[in-house]
Design a protein around this ligand. Sequence first.
Ligand code: FA5
Length: 344
Amino acid sequence: MPGTPERIERLRSEGLAALAAARNESELLDAKGRYFGKKGAISEILKGIGALSAEERKAVGAEANRARAELESVFDERLAAIREQERISREGVERLDVTLPGRREAPGHRHPISQTMADIISVFRRLGFSVQGGPDVEKDYYNFEALNFPPEHPARDMQDTFYIESEAGDLVLRTHTSPIQIRTMEKTRPPVRIIAPGAVYRSDSDITHSPMFHQVEGLAVDTGITMGDLKGLLTEFCRMTFGPGKPLRFRPSYFPFTEPSAEVDIQCVICLGRGCRVCKDSGWLEILGAGMVDPSVFGFVGYDPEEYSGFAFGMGVERIAMLRHGISDIRLFFENDIRFLSQF
Ligand code: FA5
């Protein structure tokens, strides 16, 4: 029978249907024989191709070869599936090769920042502090105003703020964890001893600054609290976190919500104080800001500054992790490179 593209198409689809319908190996071989085996209809067409005109020969040849290749590949798949089915019904089970090596699950672990955060929290828990939380999207009032940053105050520029569009125009991504000081004092009376860990956001990026990073805030308010208590606590924290003998220094500083204010630096672990690009040649890396709670902050929460005093601090978790592990670029923490993360 002459080969036309229409006939080849019909044989191709009949052949596919016969392969799909075959229930065992012999029905499969039968379908092959009829359609594309040595004496099958498509092979016959190819054999008779010499009788066609050059143009027809090309079209019919290409079509028939394509159909035969497709049928052969479906045949191979069906044959493998039918043989496996027959083997399973013969042996009753799927084959289990107990000599193959096992596939071990790679156990994960916590991210180095989460580990450092958990360690910081554990140190302060042991020192009698409880843990508080607060929202990442914060009201201007809590992030700035109640912390004694009046609107338009130049100190607001110390923190490169991400503003959130809102009707009242009063939302920001919190630039520090200090708003939790206000939220805590609004709902509790002294004595207060809390820490507040969490993510904070600033438009800031280089080897020691990340646009999203973590802080742990601390606040203690009671009668008779002094700067000596603050220094003692932070010195003990550093001893517990970095081990004894790690040089640290208190430096005078300024924050609108503490007076007096200080910053604490730890000797740079990368250069051991000699000066490098991580510590900007100073030999020190700043880990936290701190100070005695400014009496005007107590005014916002209704605490009597004549009766109570307190200290507060806010530490950078990434900086502490960098110092503990000798890491020279903060951005490594956020690149999710498993070769880096699996070292911790
Ligand atoms: C503050 O954020 C104050 N809220 C800290 C504070 C709390 C002072 C309570 C007084 C009382 P500062 O902007 O310096 O301060 O940030 C605190 C720490 O966060 C820094 O010492 C540093 O360790 C870390 N830090 C600041 N910016 C970044 C950043 N972009 N990336 C990573 N760490 C940062």
